[in-house]
Design a protein around this ligand. Structure first.
Ligand code: ADP
Ligand code: MG
Length: 642
């Protein structure tokens, strides 16, 4: 038989090094990870055997077994589940496919100190590799259900592993840990100790729906005589089952502790943290189902990547059917984790069928409503939790404003936005609170999009709004650029950009004055429009400026400068938009230009007009078409002041 030695993938090697040097202080959790993997493998073989009667898998007594050996100082975690082929072992155990690994490793490097590193690794979850926290050698023997030959894998976690075929492996996977000396490390318990194992299973894995067994203890003589654990087993009689196997969602809510929910959450989410919030719902009658859902504390690294998966599993009468059930939750709620157990579905239901299923769509509608109302309740009753949630998942949730028009109003209702009302203290406002603060006669919710709250607040568009005390929402997420165009309003009030169209904040008196001025400046506006030509759509007087001389604004449906930048960042040239130049009739630069122009235009005045336009462009964070010409003109003017 040939033994191959294979290097771990570079990322895997780095993670393993961290595990061996144990940056995670609670070492007991390695067992939870191995049992969780074994449980998944049992779920998979049951389903595979059901869907393919000719598979030849043995599903007669599916279970997990823990075999401690105090003499040899080993612990074996065995399952008779789906197992792995040789290539699967190489792919699944030798590499890390998780998105975000590179980012995690970079952050770990930065984090340096143990506590931060621990938090990061806990966030990421390391699964199988956590065995190297407690073992200096790990062996794995596995045979894929329905195939003839098995594989043996072995590694000390130091860079490479060996792999070789085995003729007579039983179906499923056995992981044997050669335990480190427990007294070398006060965080490490003796994992060959039966009492320790009982306690850990009870704490972390009680709800696992498969039996987790431990062979009965052999007497000292028998153990000494016996060649291996299996013989000792026979001699000693009945194995003991360590977990209660009760599905948490089927138990009455008052009987389940927060710790149990937290452990179950860790099992379904592969997260190492506690959930932020637990959500239960159930329906009786024709469409009977139970759901146990969680909002996580921290967004996974891949939340905004294309391959981000959805976190809800589908069960049918306690039988696991599938992970990542996209028919049950819309994409914008992909961060919700948990389980839905439906009573009346066929066990071999496919993803395609689920998409069409009326019962599933009814469940989905209800889950969405329940998740959104939970977020709303969090905001009302636990504002700190809500804020933490919003920071992590607000951007994802806002995607629903585009993809789920039916729930648009509800999503807006539970959303938060930075605004000029509370700028500075970092808090965000709800739209309902904004509406309560609206001025008499104000008919729109004002907003402006941009790169950062500071950039928006510094923009000239803000001047009149600030002056007159109108609140403006500061929208800085890329998704904001898109939904504001699609969503008409909230609770009967329209959204209006302060950087687009005409602004109507003036009193009657101010309006009359403005009317008079319009004729005073008509000549200037016309002349400037001619000088600037293609660069602008129109030149007009502004009612939104108090201190700046000029500002560029868009027409109602024009693309914003931020959106243009987003196009360019994606490598696309945005369609050219001509913008409107607005002049401040109270600004000395503008009145001066008017008077000079009235007494005769010159090249020099034309350049001043150009400079004014360039300044307006810069003030809104736009890009000059010809920066060197602008700088040249400006330098000329400055020289003359000396
Ligand atoms: P995760 O469980 O988060 O995917 P792990 O590191 O725990 O990450 O496991 C990696 C993969 O190895 C699993 O997704 C699974 O495909 C495979 N695997 C691990 N343990 C077993 C097992 N006991 N039986 C079958 N496959 C397993
Ligand atoms: Mg795992």
């Amino acid at each position: 038989m040939t033994t191959e030695t294979i290097e771990f993938q570079a990322e895997a090697r780095q993670l393993l090094r961290l595990m061996i040097h144990s940056i995670y202080s609670n070492k007991d959790v390695f067992l939870r990870e191995l049992i969780s993997n074994a449980s998944d493998a049992l779920d998979k073989v049951r389903l595979a055997a059901y869907q393919d009667k000719d598979l030849g898998a043995d599903t007669s007594d599916l279970h997990i077994e823990l075999v401690p050996d105090t003499e040899a100082r080993t612990l074996t975690v065995r399952d008779n589940g789906i197992g792995m082929s040789r290539d699967e072992v190489v792919d699944l155990i030798g590499t890390i496919a998780k998105s975000g690994t590179a980012e995690l490793l970079a952050k770990l490097k930065e984090a340096g100190d143990a506590e931060n590193a621990q938090e990061l690794i806990g966030q990421f979850g390391v699964g199988f590799y956590s065995s190297f926290m407690v073992a200096d050698r790990v062996e794995l023997t596995t045979r894929k259900a329905g195939t003839g030959e098995g594989v043996h894998w072995s590694s000390d976690g130091e860079g490479s592993y060996t792999i070789e075929p085995v003729a007579d492996a039983p179906q499923g996977t056995a992981v044997t840990l050669h335990l480190k000396a427990s007294d070398a490390d006060d965080q490490m318990h003796d994992y060959a100790d039966r009492g320790v194992l009982r306690r850990i299973v009870k704490t972390y894995s009680d709800f696992i729906t498969w039996p987790v067994r431990m062979p009965a203890e052999a007497s000292a003589d028998e153990a000494a005589d016996a060649d291996d654990a299996a013989d000792a087993d026979e001699a000693a009689g009945e194995p003991e089952t360590l977990n209660s196997m009760k599905a948490l969602w089927a138990r009455s809510q008052k009987d389940v502790s927060d710790e149990e929910y937290a452990e179950f959450y860790r099992h379904v989410s592969h997260d190492w943290q506690e959930p932020l919030e637990t959500i239960r719902l159930a329906a009786e009658g024709t469409f009977e189902y139970q759901a146990l859902l969680f909002l996580p504390q921290i967004a996974p690294m891949d939340l905004y990547m294309r391959d981000a998966r959805r976190g809800v599993q589908l069960y049918v009468r306690r039988v696991f059917i599938m992970d990542d059930c996209e028919a049950l939750v819309p994409e914008y709620l992909r961060f919700v984790k948990g389980v839905v157990d439906a009573a009346d579905l066929s066990l071999n239901v496919s993803r395609e069928i689920l998409q069409q299923d009326r019962q599933i769509s009814a469940i989905r509608r209800r889950l969405v409503k329940k998740v959104l109302s939970t977020i709303g309740t969090l905001r009302d009753e636990q504002p700190e939790k809500y804020t933490a949630f919003w920071e992590q998942f607000g951007r994802a949730l806002k995607e629903g404003l585009l993809s789920d028009p039916d729930n648009r109003e509800t999503i807006l209702g539970v959303s938060s936005f930075r605004s000029t009302h509370d700028s500075g203290n970092g808090a965000a406002t709800s739209l309902a609170a904004y509406k309560e603060r609206m001025h008499d006669g104000q008919d729109a919710i004002y907003y402006m999009t941009g790169d950062s709250p500071a950039a928006i607040e510094a923009s000239p568009h803000m001047e009149a709004f600030r002056d007159k005390g109108y609140e403006v929402l500061l929208l800085t997420d890329p998704i904001d650029e898109v939904w504001v165009d699609a969503v008409e309003g909230f609770d009967g009030t329209a959204f209006r950009s302060i950087a687009k169209g005409q602004v109507d904040l003036q009193t009657e008196e101010e309006k009359e004055q403005a009317e008079e001025r319009r004729s005073e400046f008509a000549g200037l506006c016309e002349w400037m429009a001619g000088v600037l030509g293609e660069d602008v759509k129109e030149v007009r007087l502004s009612s939104r400026l108090t201190t700046s001389a000029a500002v560029l604004v868009g027409d109602e449906f024009d693309m914003t400068p931020t959106l243009e930048k987003m196009y360019r960042a994606m490598g696309q040239e945005p369609p050219k938009v001509q913008r409107i130049l607005e002049l401040n009739p109270s600004h000395p630069l503008v009145t001066g230009l008017r008077d000079a122009q009235a007494s005769g235009a010159s090249d020099e005045l034309g350049e001043t007009a150009e400079l004014l336009h360039g300044m307006a462009l810069l003030a809104e964070g736009g890009e000059l078409a010809d920066p060197s010409r602008f700088v040249g003109l400006l330098a000329g003017r400055l020289q003359r002041t000396l």
